[in-house]
Every structure is written in C-alpha cells, then in structure tokens.
Design a protein around this ligand. Structure first.
Ligand SMILES: Nc1ncnc2c1ncn2[C@@H]1O[C@H](COP(=O)(O)OP(=O)(O)OP(=O)(O)O)[C@@H](O)[C@H]1O
Length: 265
C-alpha cells in the first residue's frame, strides 16, 4: 500500500471487512473497495506479484502497511494488543510451521492461546473447542499423530482447525491450496465453504485457483494493475473482469463455462 491514502475498516461484529484505497500513482493496488459480511467465503485473486499476500498479511497485522491506516472497531490495528487481535482475526500463512514436532491436538491447542492462562493450561471449554475444530475439519483419526507425519493436505486441515479453535469471526488464509493436487485443492476450498455456512464465520483467502473460486466463493476481489474489481463471481463475469487478466494470445476466459482456455497456436 505504498504512496496511497488507504483506509481499511474492520468490524468483526457487524459488517466484517470494509476496505478502501484511494487511487494514487506507483501503487499496485488501486481503488480497492470491498465489504464482507458474516458467513461469506471470499477470495483475493490476481496475477503473480500483484499484491494478494501483501494485502492479506497487512489486514491480518502480520506485516505493517506500507502507508495508510487499518482500523479494527474504530481503533488502529496496531493499537490493539496481540491478544485482542488474536480473538478477532486468525491468520493461516504459507510458511512451514516451526512446531512440527507437536501432535495435531497440541498444535490445534495453540489456537486457544488468546484465552488460556500464561502457562497455557487448557480448560474444559478449550478442550471442547479443539475437539469441535477437529470434528469440523474431519481429522479425528489424526488427533495424536505428530505433525511431521502428515501430508500437505492433512497439515492444511490441521492449520484450518487451529484457526477454528482460535474462534475468531474472521479467518484469513494465504494460498491455502498451494502444493495440493486438484482433488485436494477442491476438498480444502469446499471445507472452507462448509465452515462459513455452518459457523457463520467469514473466510478470506488468497488463491490462484480462480476457476474453483468462481464456483465456490460468495465474493471475489480481483486485484489488477490499473483497477480492482470486487463482487460476486456472477457480477465479475458479467463485467468481463476475467477476460483481460492474462494476455489474450495465450489464455482467454470463456464466460459461458467460466473457465480459462489455453490458446494452442
Ligand atoms: N500496494 C502495494 N504497493 C507497492 N508494492 C506492493 C503492494 N502490494 C505488494 N507490493 C509488493 O509487490 C511484491 C509482490 O507482492 P505479493 O507477494 O503480495 O504478491 P502476490 O500477488 O501474493 O504474488 P504471488 O501470486 O506470486 O504469490 C512484494 O514485493 C510486495 O512488497
């Protein structure tokens, strides 16, 4: 968010995320304006290097904004304590976890840190939240496995369960389907959809899986160099937003099937 006057308002109690960036020169993301509501599944898409992860990480307070402000409940994000933020927003990143020696149960238990005492003692309520998270992502059979024993797809489920155990209104994930095959990509994104439907939580994730996002997401934010578009997949298709995403001599978008076609010539 360099050289911009950006203002982002997060309100996890009512409207979930409102984000505006005023148009300025030398900024990748321009004129962003989006609002997410409870129970919505939303994705941030765009070509490599357009700023998807930067936006997500900035919203999640993982990295400082290049300029502008982010407010959570009318207070600057950085004015909230880490524990306050952790009870409002959970973030799942792509970086490999340092704690792979933990069991699945222990790792998911870390999601309860905002609520436990200083030595991390889990109460009955904490244990129930962990169990509920495990049930929701369907990994009961993995509960006592070490995280280093898991496949990438299983580990992603564990990370989602940790975010669920953290029990925040907003869950953000950076590229949750990287390293997964098509089947497992679809499984993870369908799981995110189910979570929004069953818990009324809001999930925002970055992805390169535009075709799957079109099929599953309630809202899509398409980041582009000169403009950004936000809306339902249907609205974006109507606006022909995907048609110039890639060079037309190589890849075209078929709005009838909502798929990208490779130009073989
Ligand atoms: N709004 C911005 N203004 C200026 N620079 C930005 C902005 N957003 C991102 N950048 C810079 O652009 C580079 C690419 O950003 P980022 O990794 O977020 O892109 P991405 O879309 O997630 O890429 P990929 O799809 O390859 O993962 C980074 O160096 C980042 O610091």
């Amino acid at each position: 968010m360099k050289n911009t006057q950006s203002h982002i308002a997060l309100d996890t109690k009512n409207l979930c995320v409102g984000y505006t960036v005023k148009k300025q020169q030398n900024c990748i993301a321009k004129d962003i304006n989006f609002t997410l509501f409870k129970g919505e599944l939303a994705s941030i898409v765009g070509v490599n290097g357009i700023g998807k992860s930067t936006l997500l990480r900035t919203l999640g307070n993982i990295q400082p904004g290049l300029s502008g402000t982010i407010q959570l409940h009318n207070r600057a994000l950085e004015q909230h304590s880490i524990m306050e933020l952790a009870s409002e927003i959970s973030v799942v990143l792509t970086e490999p976890i340092a704690s792979k020696n933990l069991t699945v149960w222990e790792l998911i238990g870390l999601g309860r840190q905002p609520y436990t005492n200083w030595i991390g003692t889990l109460t009955q309520k904490d244990k129930e939240k962990i169990k509920d998270a495990i049930d929701m992502v369907q990994i009961t059979n993995l509960t006592y496995k070490k995280c280093y024993e898991l496949s990438d797809g299983q580990l992603q489920r564990v990370m989602i369960a940790r975010a669920l155990a953290q029990d925040t209104q907003l869950i953000m994930l950076d590229e949750p389907t990287s390293h997964l095959d098509l089947y497992h990509k679809v499984q993870i994104l369908k799981l995110l959809k189910t979570i929004t439907q069953q818990t009324n939580k809001t999930i925002l994730f970055t992805t390169h899986e535009i075709e799957i996002a079109i099929q599953l997401c309630d809202k899509i934010l398409l980041l582009e160099k000169n403009q950004n578009t936000f809306g339902s997949p249907h609205e974006l298709i109507q606006k022909k937003s995907f048609e110039n995403l890639f060079p037309a001599d190589t890849i075209t978008f078929d709005s009838q099937t909502a798929t990208f076609r490779v130009n073989k010539k």
